[in-house]
Design a protein around this ligand. Structure first.
Ligand code: SF4
Ligand code: SF4
Length: 297
């Protein structure tokens, strides 16, 4: 892009109606979260917020160090696309910051609104759900911030706090649930994964007259390849590229039907699922007794 996008005129509430579909009960159970919004959701969220602030000192630092300079304001594609001021990174972070000020700072507890504090009430929860799910966690805004404030990390904190009270979206819970069911985001079952690998082997024989293997679940291979699962489904030229490279280098390798997804959508849900999805890679490496893991997304 040669010239910056023009800053749009402010349109208050322009994307307030764009709410993500709520998670389905079956997926909430699968990702080990409360299956519906907790009756005492406010207490649960504040408890989780205290835990997140203790665990991630960076979040507390980001909440306390913003000087409202506005350098990030026009860096978010969601603001540029909608003109909704709550999609400015600084305003998005303020949704969490106001609640932090209200319940976790002395000034906010005593002076409330004067200290830029706000209650965690239904209206605030609706704003959190809307605007923290209109952030793609791309971190573009953090590059512009003179203090290095990472709004993506603030978004992750807010989503984790909501998830603890049973509030999450259909998309992200469904995708993580698929990883636990099938090993990947796309829901490719082991038999289909193997079938696709066999198809690619045959395809290379037919089209290029070369004999290259696409090994699956081979114990003792040197390398475990954990690609984006789409590489064995739609972007098959990339999968063919991996196989040719390992073949040319004479390296033994394998994919795993337990874990064949390089992307970690747990990052878009909560820390617990982020860790659990990551651990599947380690578990697959142990199962197959490989020496190295090649992993990318
Ligand atoms: S991290 Fe979120 S707020 Fe920042 S630019 Fe990306 S989408 Fe916008
Ligand atoms: S650029 Fe940084 S300090 Fe300035 S408003 Fe944005 S988050 Fe705050």
């Amino acid at each position: 892009m040669r010239t910056p996008l023009p800053i749009p005129p402010l349109k208050t509430g322009a994307s307030a109606h764009q709410k993500s579909y709520p998670a389905k009960t079956k997926d909430m159970i699968k990702v080990d979260l409360p299956k519906e919004r907790a009756k005492d959701w406010k207490e649960v969220m504040l408890k989780k917020m205290a835990e997140v602030l203790d665990r991630n000192r960076s979040v507390r630092l980001y909440l306390e160090s913003c000087v409202k300079c506005g350098a990030c304001a026009d860096k978010c594609q969601f603001f540029l696309g909608t003109g909704d001021p709550k999609n400015m990174p600084v305003a998005r972070a303020d949704l969490l910051r106001k609640v932090y000020n209200r319940y976790f700072t002395l000034g906010g507890k005593i002076w409330g609104k004067v200290n830029e504090a706000a209650d965690l009430d239904e209206a605030m929860l609706q704003d959190w759900y809307t605007y923290f799910y209109q952030c793609s966690e791309c971190r573009r805004c953090s590059v512009a911030c003179p203090f290095g404030i990472d709004t993506a990390e603030i978004t992750m904190a807010a989503r984790e706090i909501m998830a603890a009270a049973g509030i999450a979206t259909k998309y992200v819970t469904e995708v993580v649930a698929k990883v636990y069911d099938t090993g990947n985001n796309l829901g490719i079952w082991p038999a289909a994964w193997k079938d696709s690998c066999e198809f690619l082997e045959q395809d290379l024989k037919d089209t290029e007259n070369i004999d290259i293997r696409f090994p699956v679940d081979e114990v003792g291979a040197e390398i475990l390849l954990v690609p984006p699962s789409a590489d064995n489904f739609v972007n098959i030229d990339t999968m063919i590229g991996y196989a040719k490279m390992f073949h040319a280098a004479g390296i033994s390798w394998t994919t795993s039907t337990y874990c064949n997804e390089g992307g970690n959508f747990g990052m878009f849900l909560d820390y617990g699922n982020l860790k659990k999805v990551n651990n599947r890679i380690l578990e697959a490496a142990r199962q197959l007794k490989v020496k190295k893991v090649y992993w990318g997304e």
